[in-house]
Ligand binder design. Sequence first.
Ligand SMILES: *Cc1c(COP(=O)(O)O)cnc(C)c1O
Length: 406
Amino acid sequence: MADDSEGEKPETWENATRLVRGGTMRSEFGETAEALYLTQSFVYESAEKADARFAGDEPGFVYSRYANPTVKMFEDRLALLEGAEACRSQASGMAAVHLALMGLVRAGDHIVAGRALFGSNRWILNNWAPRFGVETTLVPGPDVAAWRAAVRPNTKVFLIESPANPLLEITDIAAVAQIAHEIGAVVVVDNVFATPILQKPLQLGADVVVYSATKHIDGQGRVLGGAILGATALLDEAYRDPMRHTGPALSPFNAWVLLNGLVTLDLRVRQQTETAAALADLIAAHPKVKACRYPGRPDHPQYEIARRQMTGGGNTMIGGGTLIAFDLGTRAAAFNMLNRLQIVDISNNLGDARSMATHPCTTTHRSMSEEQRAEIGLTEGWVRLSVGLEGAGDLARDIQRALDAA
Ligand SMILES: *Cc1c(COP(=O)(O)O)cnc(C)c1O
């Protein structure tokens, strides 16, 4: 073994290497693939050992609601990719968002959030947090002044989703984080749409990053999962005990699936982004399309911000991501288009190897009132497309044919 000064430092690796090698803990059997530790609890050689383990005087696992070796490998690999000190994983993206927010507030506190949000994120802020005395002000994400104007003496958290669901609005994370930090608030970024490949919120000034691992991290439509990343001290203080005692733990089996999803994340996101950029141009140029939103296109309203912040932390590439939204004018046109697709599935999921298209008004954003939808510009003609790994030529043909029929 080389000494430390000559040893490989995983923090200096490229994303691709982090994703294949990061976090691996081999057992005494020297297995090639990461082991699946499908166990609820752990046994101790003696009562004294159990005592020491529980006291935290000796490292090791005690119960899989707290921590598990396979889950830890997933957390360590994702933390290495994100460039975060620590990661805690949860059973779903919503368990992660819920814990990320509720671990930071108490009765009487106030949250400011961008108003274009994943539906369940919005439900937590509007319907759940108020039951515990936590109020939220929703602001137009791209309007930096609106974030400042929403601040109250009791504001403790800013929640940013960028690009936001479903119309891919971009918020300037660095500018909003600066406002939050002036008043001592914590900045949480839901980075699902951007992925850890394209956007590094911690480098832009965020304190906490949350993921639905269900999306690009699995990327193959199999399991649910979620993660929270940030500084060790913040994660320990805000989330360690709530995580232990309320039980949103990720199953070791799902962690093992996600660990293998991470292996190909860099490759998949790059390829899907490249295909999405080409399809966005095709869609935008089609005569039936009233508007096309893709963060990688210069006609996106926040293109300049996207260019600055979706750069993979300077580590990879500049890219607009794997999602495209476009307006066909009416619900009938949108439905016609969706119904003509032969390769792309009609599905509300995203980030998958299979391309998927959905009509947000009647699916993912159905629970919002018409008024709330109008506020974020979501009308009945919009379709959201998640671009997968199929051949770009086949997808172009499928989408062209469906648009022609819209
Ligand atoms: C899907 C999604 C979530 C929730 O994740 P689940 O794994 O489905 O619970 C949260 N935020 C965004 C932006 C999402 O797309």
